[in-house]
Write a protein that binds this ligand. Structure first.
Ligand code: NAD
Length: 321
């Protein structure tokens, strides 16, 4: 069994490799070659933590396994990321464990890959302004991955906690893209692409604030009850997701679905756009929305790439188990 500790992950995978791993598995999901098992996510009643498991199997790559972990909101004050996770991979032929891989950076990479895949396949080609709602740990990765997909000339940012906004300023500076902190009205009126990546439990962005032609990647809602945008905006948009079942239960679409504004048929899995069986965006005026709920197969896909790279470079710890 291989062990790949968290501290090695940054040497073993890039945002570009993560993009390719996640795009492949979204494609396999749409071809019904890969499927996610039901998510377990529990509030454990201690440390305000959410803990659970995401798992699945991809028959194309033979990835089988799970990610265990969750969200500890007080961690940042102790100098460690709020998300804590570990990925366990198993041999699909025998069921024996094959690898344990640090999952913290990989969670950020695979989540950023998902929104950037949606931008690549759904945003207008002439998109120039990126709007960022959320300035937590994930937001920097989201911005970096988005910047690889379109020639953004400006980034606009908004955050519920103003003291966190410096993360957006710094990341934009590193990317060499001019940045401005603005009101939600301005962000919606000027952005061609909007990423929401917050822990909000009520709608932040309203439909009336968003201009036609925008692509919105809703990435923060991964639990029952969370919400980042108005249900009317979800209903107004052409809606895409990583996985429809997760969208309507734990994703951004849950509220519009539960109130009857949309049905399952309104949700297109992004893999079918990747595979060319759905055209994706159909007009320049259309609002497209990606509901990125985060599926276990994303974690297995990036962990698989890490293991391959680590073995090739002799960087694994190999233990008899
Ligand atoms: P973080 O704790 O570092 O930052 C939290 C962000 O949410 C900050 O921008 C904060 O200002 C904002 N926020 C908190 N309470 C809010 C409120 N009431 N209203 C509006 N904004 C509020 O978290 P993070 O690591 O950046 O993750 C952000 C979110 O993304 C979390 O909800 C996390 O569960 C989710 N997430 C989703 C996926 C996925 O695959 N979809 C993957 C990883 C994380």
């Amino acid at each position: 069994m291989y062990i790949i500790p968290e501290k090695l992950i940054s040497e073993l995978i890039s945002l570009k490799t993560s993009y390719s791993a996640v795009e492949d598995v979204f494609s396999a999901m749409a071809k019904k070659k890969a499927y996610n098992f039901p998510v377990i996510r529990e509030s454990i009643g201690y440390s305000n933590a959410l803990y659970g498991f995401k798992s699945g199997f991809d028959k194309e790559s033979l990835s089988l396994g799970l990610k265990a972990g969750g969200y500890w909101p007080e961690n940042e004050s102790m100098g460690i990321p709020n998300h804590q996770s570990t990925i366990f991979l198993f041999d699909a032929n025998t069921g024996k464990i094959s690898a344990i891989v640090g999952g913290n950076l990989l969670t950020a990479f695979r989540t950023a890959a998902a929104s950037s895949i949606s931008i690549n396949h759904l945003a207008r080609q002439d998109s120039k302004v990126l709007g960022m709602i959320g300035a937590g740990h994930q937001s920097a990765f989201q911005m970096q991955a988005a910047a690889q997909q379109r020639g953004f000339e400006k980034i606009l940012g908004w955050n519920h906690h103003p003291e966190m906004i410096s993360r957006l300023e710094q990341t934009a500076e590193e990317l060499g893209i001019p940045y401005e902190t603005v009101s939600l009205d301005r962000l919606g009126a000027e952005s061609d692409v909007i990423i929401t990546i917050t822990s909000s439990f009520s709608a932040i962005l309203k439909s009336c604030q968003v201009k036609p032609g925008t692509h919105i990647a809703c990435m923060g809602t991964d639990t029952k009850g969370k919400q980042e945008v108005g249900s009317d905006l979800v209903a107004r948009a052409s809606l895409f997701s990583d996985e429809m079942e997760q969208s309507i239960t734990i994703g951004e679409a849950q509220h519009a679905f539960n109130s009857g504004l949309i049905s399952k048929e309104n949700i297109i899995e992004i893999g079918s756009v990747i595979n060319g069986t759905h055209p994706g965006r159909k007009s320049e005026k259309e609002i497209t929305m990606f509901d990125g709920t985060g599926v276990g197969l994303q974690d297995l896909a990036v962990a698989g790439r890490v293991v391959k790279e680590a073995v090739e470079r002799g960087l694994v710890i190999n233990v008899e188990f």
